[in-house]
Design a protein around this ligand. Structure first.
Ligand code: MSP
Length: 523
């Protein structure tokens, strides 16, 4: 069995932004943690390439929709590579096999009697690709999210009979853990309680979409097609499309991570579609919050969009991952503040974690022949730093299991804090000047180096690169947590054992493991 998790499939109307980067980084940490623990993981990401929004964007750029999609989705794939996202599958909804899968799925839904013709009238937001329930203003209504005019639509479409699934969806969304965090459950319950209405799954006069078999002139509504991308992604390369094989390929997904704006699609429409087609339902849908920047919504018109390329270039992966995962409670809205960003990175990573290792290994090298000192009493499992390390590991594992990145990061930071406190109390630089203290100093330095090793181990799912640099500084190999590396077993859980650092093993020349962020100009 594999643990299948997904990011949303990102629209290719624009390049990646901080929001999509945030979701993708969070999923990467989850995937790495699972792999490190020895689970098989299928981590899916990709692009959503059909629909009116994409068609209009391509037209405005003077490109064919396909050429536009090719360019933007390649940009996404490259960006995720540069961020070292450990995805296993990258699905594009313009993949020819996806079209076949959509056709097969639709055939099942139609055979179940769930497709009817109907008239769709209402206000549509092209940016959301969604009909809006009740626009507040009667005249020239705007989308509350995009602040752009809604468009009036009146056409004959095919409808999916969502109303038939009222009872099953009610039961599903009440199931503890299906919608996470729990605070989002109420909002979906309220929506469902109003009574589910059939929704249109086709469009007429929209050439940039998958044609609906047997209904000429209709293409599939982009959301119907996009959600199915999660299934297509699971097909093995070159494998013919067969819906019945999906359970062997990792369906159902254990986790869909999405932003709160698209919760309804994932927690209501999608399960109903799957019920209709006789396929298993995803186990959990996690709706995270929205990011603002210095208290303001990010948008092109405001000119304050934070570009993930710039962040990567100027700040590096570790810093951004740490800030987003440590400072924002996953599920809540969050605000990107540049000053706070650099303050946290410098105090947590450069000082508390980085300096601890640096100064301890410098002392060990100086006084103990450039090697890990003899452990002596520090080897004992009841050493205070052994207990603190074990506690931190338990908290990290538990918190990551619950998708609480912040609690995981805090547990690691606390361990580093305790080790710093221990070093300051024991003051080996003073003790070393007293006669007969060498053994005690050796044991203290050993304990702090070993605690730093635990910090590095526990950081592996969150900040794989900093973890690797710390381990290198201790003369140890990194934990690899991408798909190929973990197939043979990562040794990560085994590394959570006090006293594994070998006394006498050489310590390399220390170098700062984390550069300080000095952001003088705005990002
Ligand atoms: N194509 C659909 C998803 C289809 S999934 C089968 C889509 N794409 S999107 O590119 O517009 O949005 C992708 C994700 O980015 C959504 O989960 C959305 O919530 C998230 N975010 C967009 N702006 C955001 C912030 N400012 N902050 C955090 N996440 C945000 O929707």
């Amino acid at each position: 069995m594999s643990y299948t998790l997904t990011t949303p499939l990102y629209y290719v109307n624009d390049r990646a932004h901080l929001g999509s980067t945030y979701t993708t980084l969070a999923c990467d940490a989850i995937a790495r943690h699972r792999r490190l623990r020895g689970e098989r993981v299928t981590f899916i990401t990709g692009c959503d390439e059909h629909g009116q929004k994409i068609q209009r964007t391509a037209e405005a750029a003077g490109l064919s929709p396909q050429a536009h999609c090719d360019a933007v989705s390649e940009g996404y794939r490259e960006l995720w590579k540069r961020w070292q996202i450990s995805f296993d599958r990258f699905i594009r909804t313009t993949d020819p096999r996806h079209r076949q899968l959509v056709e097969q799925f639709f055939a099942r839904v139609e055979a179940a009697g769930d497709v009817v013709e109907g008239r769709q009238q209402g206000w549509y937001c092209v940016a959301c690709e969604e009909f809006k329930d009740d626009p507040h203003e009667a005249q020239d209504p705007e989308c509350p999210i995009h602040r752009r005019p809604l468009e009036w639509r009146d056409e004959v479409n095919l409808f999916f009979r969502l109303s038939r699934y009222q009872g099953q969806i009610e039961a599903l969304i009440r199931r503890p853990g299906f919608i996470a965090p729990a605070s989002r459950q109420k909002e979906v319950e309220n929506f469902v309680a109003q009574g589910l209405r059939d929704f249109s799954i086709s469009r007429v006069d929209l050439p940039w979409g998958i044609p609906v078999p047997g209904h000429s002139g209709h293409t599939f509504y982009v959301w119907f097609d996009a959600l199915l991308g999660y299934l297509t992604a699971l097909l093995e390369p070159q494998e013919p499309v067969q819906l019945e094989r999906l359970p062997e390929r990792g369906w159902p997904a254990q986790l869909h991570v999405i932003g709160k704006d698209i919760l309804r699609f994932h927690a209501v429409y999608w399960p109903a579609m799957l019920l209709s087609a006789g396929l298993p339902l995803p186990v959990r849908v996690f709706g995270h919050g929205f990011l603002t920047r210095e208290g303001q919504k990010m948008g092109k018109s405001l000119g304050n969009v934070l570009d993930p390329e710039v962040l990567l270039e100027r700040c590096g992966r570790d810093a951004v991952r740490w800030y987003l995962l440590r400072d924002i409670a996953f599920g809540d809205d969050g605000d990107f503040q540049q000053q706070r960003f650099s303050d946290l990175v410098n105090s947590d990573l450069a000082n508390t974690i980085g300096n601890l290792l640096n100064r301890t290994s410098s002392m060990a090298r100086k006084w103990f022949a450039a090697a890990v000192p003899p452990a002596g009493a520090a080897e004992l499992a009841d050493h205070p730093l052994a207990a603190a390390s074990q506690e931190a590991a338990a908290a990290v594992n538990r918190s990551l299991e619950n998708l609480d990145f912040r609690a995981a990061a805090e547990a690691i930071l606390e361990l580093a804090g305790v080790a710093n406190g221990y070093l300051n109390d024991r003051a080996p630089w003073k003790a070393m000047k007293q006669p007969g203290q060498e053994e005690a100093v050796a044991a203290d330095l050993y304990a702090v180096l070993e605690a730093s090793r635990w910090v590095a181990v526990l950081l592996a799912p969150l900040l794989p690169e900093l973890s690797g640099r710390m381990l290198q500084q201790l003369g140890l190999p990194p934990f690899l947590s991408d798909a190929q590396a973990c197939a043979a077993g990562s040794g990560w859980l085994e590394a959570q054992h006090w006293g594994l650092l070998a006394s006498g093993s050489p310590l390399p020349e220390p170098e700062p493991v984390m550069q300080r962020l000095e952001l003088d100009a705005p990002l």
